[in-house]
Design a protein around this ligand. Structure first.
Ligand SMILES: Cc1cc2nc3c(=O)[nH]c(=O)nc-3n(C[C@H](O)[C@H](O)[C@H](O)COP(=O)(O)OP(=O)(O)OC[C@H]3O[C@@H](n4cnc5c(N)ncnc54)[C@H](O)[C@@H]3O)c2cc1C
Length: 190
């Protein structure tokens, strides 16, 4: 029963499924609840990009770096494949302004993450199908990639369940406030 669990996690998207998985792994008994199916919310709309570059140095970049480290660990730990590929990623500069800004930004990021700036010739060599007249340069990060967010959520929920978590789907958690306690004459309440 959900009420006997140490923790109840409401929402079985990629976030709730991960929270439930890690709580269960930490030794708590967990119930994961969703009003629909696992991964049927925003998670089902995600493009699944796992980008490091493009993040401003500081908390956003630190989180992106932690994210790719965690995805690598989960790829080894979870029994189900969630199609995580660290393919490397390019951000393209298509005019002089983009070229200048991207080059500056890549130089800032390079102090914290493996981000390089490629000139047009290097981009064309790596991606010969790009239009050579449109691309002036690109920032490249080897850590960028993509995953299947629905498969990741399902994989986490499944692994949590295997470890003993209860997963209740098609179960709405009511958000209405609790009803005030009924009072009777003589019980000390006005
Ligand atoms: C078009 C698009 C593209 C995106 N692309 C990317 C991308 O490339 N890379 C990236 O990192 N992020 C991307 N995102 C963002 C990413 O999808 C979200 O950050 C992520 O899916 C949020 O997950 P979540 O678990 O918090 O939310 P959700 O997946 O929405 O999960 C919340 C769950 O809670 C359940 N729920 C809510 N209330 C209740 C209730 N009262 N009772 C029971 N269940 C309840 C819902 O049914 C739902 O399943 C994209 C988002 C969109 C919309």
């Amino acid at each position: 029963m959900a009420k006997d669990r140490d923790a109840i996690v409401i929402g079985a998207g990629v976030i709730g499924s991960a929270v439930a998985y890690f709580l269960q792994e930490a030794g708590l008994s967990v119930c994961l609840i969703d009003r629909g199916a696992v991964a049927a919310g925003t998670t089902s709309a995600s493009a699944g990009h796992t980008s490091v570059q493009g993040r401003v140095p500081g908390p956003a970049l630190d989180l992106a770096l932690a994210n790719v480290r965690l995805l690598g660990e989960l790829k080894r730990a979870l029994p189900d494949d969630f199609e995580y590929v660290q393919s490397g990623g390019l951000i393209l500069a298509e005019d002089e302004t983009e070229y200048r800004l991207l080059r500056q930004f890549a130089a800032k990021q390079a102090a914290h993450a493996p981000v390089e700036f490629w000139e047009a010739e290097d981009v064309r060599r790596a991606e010969p199908h790009l239009n050579p007249r449109r691309i002036l340069g690109a920032a490249y990060c080897a850590l960028d990639g993509y995953a299947n967010p629905m498969r990741l959520a399902m994989s986490l929920a499944h692994a949590g369940r295997v470890r003993g978590a209860e997963v209740l789907t098609h179960t709405e958690v009511s958000t209405s406030p609790p009803r005030p306690r009924e009072t009777r004459q003589g019980d000390g309440h006005p």
